[in-house]
Ligand binder design. Structure first.
Ligand SMILES: Nc1ncnc2c1ncn2[C@@H]1O[C@H](COP(=O)(O)OP(=O)(O)OP(=O)(O)O)[C@@H](O)[C@H]1O
Length: 443
């Protein structure tokens, strides 16, 4: 494994383990700018990020990188803005400054339309994003993309950004947390004018995870004015969120209605076919030959989101490289063992309770004799989840679900597996339950 691969694998691991807001604010834009004599020199945008990373993540990153490289590694964080270097800071001179066109845009050249895999679950979102990229402020303004965690919203925002940069436009990508932090800092340093100049003088504003401004009054107020200024000047705004505007309960009405002015599109969780296609594309881009059955096995096991899917592929490949073993289904199981929930620790009672509450039922109802669809389907989902996640046999599942026989359980598992490939809502509900089981298991 070379330094760049170890760095990317470390980022994937941190991303799957850290709270999303912290990862986006502090880690996402960090870049490996140099590797020399077992030192990873990482560029970050400002001194806050440098200090935060140094304090909180330095030792963890060193440990992860040391594990991957097989020898002790250090990490050094450096601020790499050109202005700071010019102003005579004590940052090392060899730290490379970003390309001028990308300076301060926060747009990562890695995310493009070319490497975005299109399928049924994201076709509309992709088409709308491309339309916006081709005709900024003319196609849909704002474009509001929403969908659950790790399904490609940021990727599309960044792809729009990359395309706009190529057209010579001024672009700025920020998460809503960064927007709020910038605002707070500007107030603290009495520099709100600079804040406004920064946000109101661009051609394309890409704002990620807007749900985090819900409930923050002054941030909403400022964003409202930023939105109006840009929109009034025919500048493009693209927003992403984990839910549609209507479901953002503590969002001011005037913002909600503005978000709905343009086009609102959702991205559905990727189905098995899409997940496999994404893995195939990632493997090809990394110039790795991965047998189809290995891709299929990873795609079947990692359903939660595409970020974890990518992390799983990286992990399997790293595991094969480090151990020198061939890529086989057994190796996939070993490599992913601690990513997947610990089967043996899951209690049937815990699953029954969680499934019942997800579907608005009581555990007694789920275990009872009611055969109406409202109860029978959740009961079958509980059977399916126990079959997939817990270390229990079909007859044991039957007993745990109120005394059903094992053929009923088998039929239920097949039915739910089949339904999940066709019914987005059900797939999301099952994913939500699995995610909660993961988080309980990790707690
Ligand atoms: N259709 C796709 N094709 C290729 N890669 C994808 C696709 N969808 C997502 N990815 C990859 O999956 C990872 C997670 O995607 P991304 O960060 O865009 O998700 P997100 O929806 O913004 O998540 P969050 O809700 O956590 O912000 C990224 O590395 C991205 O490149």
């Amino acid at each position: 494994m070379n330094a760049e691969q170890a760095w990317q694998a470390t980022l994937s691991q941190l991303q799957s383990e850290m709270p999303k807001a912290s990862f986006d604010t502090w880690v996402r834009s960090a870049e490996l700018i140099k590797y020399q004599e077992n030192i990873f020199v990482v560029g970050v945008h400002n001194a806050y990020a440098r200090d935060w990373l140094d304090d909180r993540l330095g030792p963890t990153m060193s440990r992860l990188l040391s594990g991957m490289m097989g020898t002790r590694q250090e990490v050094q964080f450096n601020v790499w803005h050109k202005e700071i270097e010019a102003a005579g800071s004590d940052e090392p001179a060899e730290v490379r400054a970003p390309e001028p066109s990308r300076q301060n845009t926060n747009v990562n050249p890695r995310y493009t339309f070319e490497n975005f895999v299109v399928g049924g679950s994201n076709r509309m979102a992709h088409a709308a994003s491309q339309a916006v990229a081709e005709n900024p402020a003319r196609a849909y303004n704002p474009l509001f993309l929403y969908g659950s965690v790790g399904q490609g919203k940021t990727h599309l925002l960044q792809a729009i950004g990359n395309s706009a940069i190529k057209q010579g436009l001024q672009v700025l990508y920020v998460s809503s947390e960064e927007f709020a932090n910038d605002l707070i800092n500007s107030i603290r340093t009495h520099n709100t004018q600079a804040f406004r100049d920064r946000y109101r003088s661009i051609d394309v504003l890409l704002i990620d995870d807007i749900q985090f401004i819900a409930g923050k009054e002054s941030t909403q107020e400022e964003f409202f004015h930023t939105f109006n200024t840009l929109h009034g000047q025919d500048k493009q705004i693209v927003i992403s969120s984990d839910r549609p505007p209507k479901a953002m309960l503590t969002l001011e009405e005037r913002l909600r209605s503005r978000f709905e002015w343009g086009l609102t599109v959702d991205i559905q969780p990727a189905d098995l076919e899409m997940r496999t296609a994404i893995l195939r594309s990632k493997a090809e881009r990394a110039n790795r030959e991965v047998p189809p059955e290995i891709l299929d096995s990873i795609a079947r096991q990692v359903q939660s989101n595409i970020r974890e899917l990518e992390g799983a592929l990286t992990r399997v490949l790293a595991y094969a490289d480090l151990s020198g073993k061939a890529l086989t289904p057994d190796l996939v199981q070993v490599a992913l063992a601690d990513l997947l929930p610990q089967r043996s620790t899951l209690e049937p009672r815990q699953v029954v309770k969680l499934v019942a509450s997800t579907f608005g039922l009581t555990a007694e109802k789920l275990l009872g004799r009611d055969r109406s669809r409202e109860v029978a389907l959740p009961r079958q989902v509980a059977m399916y989840i126990l079959r997939e996640e817990a270390n229990v046999s079909l007859p044991q599942i039957g007993v745990a679900l109120g005394g059903r026989d094992h053929s009923t359980v088998m039929y239920a598992c097949e039915k739910v597996a089949d339904l999940m490939e066709r019914d987005d809502r059900l797939r999301r509900q099952v994913l939500q339950i699995r995610e909660q089981l993961y988080s309980h298991a990790a707690a």
